[in-house]
Structures are given as C-alpha cells and as structure tokens.
Design a binder for this molecule. Structure first.
Ligand code: 4NP
Length: 169
C-alpha cells in the first residue's frame, strides 16, 4: 500500500461516490462501526463525499438509511462535494466505482495525491474482477442490501490492511 501512516496521528479515510447519499455514506457508517467495535476509534478519522454536489447538505437517501438501520447502523452524515484540499488532508481516498476513481484522479494535482486514491473493491475478497460498487439509486431494495454487504465485508479487510501496514512501520 502506497499510503503512509504517520506515528501517533489519526489515520484519515474518506469514501467517495457520485452523490454522497447512497454508497459512500453507508461505507462511511459501516467502516466507522467496524473501527469502533475493533477498539480503534481514537486512531481513525472517517468521512465521505461525492464527486457531484447534487445533494449537498442532504441526509443520505432514505432507502440507504433504512437498509443500514436494518443492520444497526445509523447514517447521520450530510452530503458534501469532495474538495481539492481533501486530497491533501486524507491519507486514503476510496473510490466506490471506476467513474469516481477517474473523477478523483482528474482532481489530483500531484503524485502524492494520486497515490492515495484507490478503488474500494480492490479490498473486496469477493469482487471477482468487479471494480464497481453498483449504484443502487435507480433500482430496488435488493441493490441497497447488496451495497451494504459489499461495504461490510470489504470494510473488515480494509481495516486489516491498514493495520498491517501500520505494524510494518
Ligand atoms: P451515490 O448514488 O453516488 O451512491 O450517492 C447516487 C445518488 C444520486 C444520484 C446518482 C447516484 N443522482 O443522480 O442524483
């Protein structure tokens, strides 16, 4: 992993999708829950954002919140658009799909920023070559459940990978 982890500093992770009302806020909420339950809440700062500003200031999509609530995850985040400065501030920038990856890479201004931007499903043990967390916005409830399961299993591996990288230092 190219990401550098600095001693005694919070590791800052941001999840990024298009609207910041479905995929990235649930990844944000689920990863926070995984980190808290593993006892690392003081070691992380976790956020999410969208590449578009369509839903700026809004709560996450009701269907996404209800799906998450069904798994005891409360999503409280309000949507915001990613800023250029976020690519300096965060240590790891996780793109929920390949279009988000492209848009984030286009926003990057140097090699250091580019190296922080990673496709989320790189860490999905069941990705089977699929790069995208499918956008559930225009589909039915099964799409939201599918997103939940992807971010849940992938979040656990992501935490392990970050901690392994910490241990190597
Ligand atoms: P998200 O889903 O990127 O997972 O938050 C979407 C939310 C809104 C729209 C598209 C995708 N939209 O077109 O408004």
């Amino acid at each position: 992993m190219a990401t550098m982890i600095k001693e005694n500093k919070k590791f800052k992770v941001i999840f990024v999708c298009l609207g910041n009302i479905c995929r990235s806020p649930v990844a944000h909420g689920v990863f926070e829950d995984i980190v808290n339950k593993a006892g690392f809440s003081n070691d992380f700062e976790i956020d999410s954002a969208g590449t578009a500003a369509y839903h700026q200031g809004e709560m996450a999509d009701r269907r996404m919140r209800e799906t998450a609530r069904g798994h005891n995850i409360e999503i409280t985040h309000l949507a915001r658009k990613i800023k250029k400065e976020d690519l300096d501030y965060f240590d790891m920038v996780l793109a929920m799909d390949s279009q988000n990856l492209f848009d984030l890479q286009s926003l990057a201004q140097n090699k250091e920023q580019l190296e922080k931007i990673i496709l989320f499903r790189t860490y999905d043990p069941l990705a089977n070559g699929q790069e995208d967390v499918p956008d559930p916005y225009y589909g039915g409830s099964e799409g939201f459940e599918n997103v939940y399961y992807i971010v849940s299993r992938t979040g656990k591996i992501l935490l392990d990978k970050i901690n392994e990288n910490k241990a190597l230092r």
